[in-house]
Design a protein around this ligand. Structure first.
Ligand code: 3PG
Length: 268
């Protein structure tokens, strides 16, 4: 469970997918991967969900693959058999949660109230989906919940988009954000995977908010600092996610670049 949560947290965005045609699953997964979001929650809202999971698990194993809208223990088993590595549900169903925990399957059930969260804590969960995030009150609601429930991490989902995502992700109790804005079913049905890829890239770059905040060449030279030609300071909304992003792109993040010292700092 811990390993899964760490992976989700480093990616930061969970595309919530409704798929009508399993033929679209593999090109869709490739678009997510190329768009910089190697994660998918395929929801059991269509009869094609299990087949879509199976194809993605087989053909695009780089995707961290979850099954969403899992409403029964049987559906959880079906999802795992198809290749899902984690389970998500819109609400807190103790039967589903217990079943997954007994089988050692990571689950992030939906919670919307303090009582839901206490049930989750009772069963030993460290993170839950917060659904539906925006109608419930958004970040303010999560901050209020984080007051008493100091250890709980949240995956807000419902009404999140490329713009409001940034507010959520800056809050350290937010493990990741889920949403369908970059995988709109109309785009999937139309086979518009280029657009999906672009929306993923936009979401990821928006979330990270990378910018050069300081480029200092002369100071280091004045200091006669051997081996350092200067400093490049990159601001980001999330230093550990930015580091993970660079690594996924095949760029091992070194704090040294062409003789420059590179620093990642938190945007204000
Ligand atoms: C979900 O079940 O997680 C939601 O349908 C995703 O919410 P969104 O469509 O508002 O992003």
């Amino acid at each position: 469970m811990e390993a899964l949560l760490e992976k989700l947290s480093k990616i930061g965005i969970i595309p919530v997918i409704r798929i009508d045609d399993a033929e679209k699953a593999v090109p869709l997964a490739r678009a997510l991967l190329e768009g910089g979001i190697p994660c998918a929650e395929v929801t059991f809202r269509t009869p094609q969900a299990a087949e879509a999971l199976k194809r993605i698990a087989q053909e695009v194993p780089q995707i961290l693959l979850g099954a969403g809208t899992v409403l029964s223990p049987e559906q959880a088993d079906q999802a795992i058999a198809a290749g899902a590595s984690f389970i998500v549900s819109p609400g807190f169903n103790p039967r589903v949660v217990r079943h997954c925990l007994d089988r050692g399957i990571p689950i992030t059930p939906g919670c919307s109230t303090p009582s839901d969260i206490e049930q989750a804590l009772e069963l030993g969960l460290e993170a839950v989906k917060l659904f539906p995030a925006e109608p419930l009150g958004g970040l303010e609601y999560i901050k209020a919940l984080a007051g008493p429930y100091t250890t709980m991490k949240f995956i807000p989902t419902g009404g999140i988009n490329a713009q409001n995502l940034v507010n959520y992700i800056k809050f350290d109790k937010v493990l990741a954000c889920g949403g369908s804005w970059m995988v709109n079913p109309e785009l999937i049905n139309a086979g518009n995977f280029e657009k999906i890829k672009t929306l993923c890239q936009e979401a990821m770059l928006n979330m990270l908010g990378l910018k050069v905040v300081h480029l200092d060449i002369t100071e280091a030279a004045k200091e006669g600092n051997q081996g350092t030609r200067g400093y490049i300071t990159l601001g980001t909304n999330s230093p550990f996610r930015a580091r993970a992003y660079f690594e996924r792109m095949g760029l091992e993040f070194k704090e040294e670049f062409n003789g420059f010292t590179v620093r990642l700092i938190q945007n204000p």
